[in-house]
Write a protein that binds this ligand. Structure first.
Ligand code: FES
Ligand code: FES
Length: 236
């Protein structure tokens, strides 16, 4: 029987690549046409990265690449070699990331499917300085859809974290992991989190799914995402 890759290509058609994901180098052989989303999910087993529309419309697949949010379904995995990729599994340290904790506290999810993307997008949204008001949050996270309609509580959660970060100043923001731009999502803390609370949340029940799940995320550099100002800015 012919061996196939995550996108169905014959074994001889695969290419080898190395991706740096959540602080660790991961090697795999995949169809060169495989998206980053399929490589993360089917190649590396990172199922916290959700496949919703698979065409850049829903934000469920939002991850960070070099600190910027992108839609993983809209970029080829082979294009992301040499970059720091962070998924929801790598977001937390020893404790939940403040945005994850806020989603739990504010009950910002129902089924949890969109939550990983929502959280990843929210972290970037705050870091970009696009969370000064509810209206701004809604605009800059407009690429992340929630079919359960949990938007009110999502905005409340993001607002709470943004205000806390602003009140705490640079030191607090740095401690929370969103003070810097590109590259902020790499490094050992997130690598350590890959097997921790965030991963459990990504694969666990409702509360956990919400925590690890993700925020809405508009596409970013290379993502080709079609939603929201963040996508346009990041792709510019
Ligand atoms: S799966 Fe919907 S934007 Fe990627
Ligand atoms: S789609 Fe169900 S919580 Fe967003």
């Amino acid at each position: 029987m012919t061996e196939t890759s995550v996108t169905g290509a014959a074994a001889e058609a695969r290419v080898g690549l190395a991706l740096r994901v959540n602080g660790a180098e991961r090697r795999l052989r995949i169809d060169p046409r495989a998206t980053l989303l399929d490589a993360l999910r089917e190649g590396l087993g990172l199922y916290g990265v959700k496949k919703g529309c698979d065409r850049g419309e829903c934000g469920a697949c939002t991850v960070h690449v070099d600190g910027r949010r992108i839609n993983a379904c809209m970029t080829f995995a082979v294009m992301q070699q040499g970059k720091e990729i962070t998924t929801i599994e790598g977001l937390a340290g020893a404790e939940l990331h403040p945005v994850q904790a806020a989603f739990v506290e504010h009950d910002a999810f129902q089924c949890g499917f969109c939550t990983p993307g929502q959280i990843m997008s929210a972290v970037a949204c705050i870091r970009e300085g696009h969370a000064a008001s509810a209206a701004e949050i809604r605009e800059w996270m407009s690429g992340n859809l929630c079919r359960c309609g949990a938007y009110v509580n999502i905005v409340a959660a993001v607002t709470a974290v943004a205000r806390a970060a602003a009140a705490g100043g640079a030191a607090a923001a740095g401690a929370a992991g969103w003070a810097t731009g590109a590259g902020a999502d790499g490094g050992a803390p997130e690598a350590g989190a890959a097997g921790g609370a965030a991963e459990a949340a990504a694969t666990g029940g409702a509360a956990a799914a919400g925590a690890a799940g993700g925020a809405t995320g508009a596409g970013g550099a290379g993502g080709g995402g079609g939603h929201g100002p963040a996508a346009r800015t990041a792709g510019s």
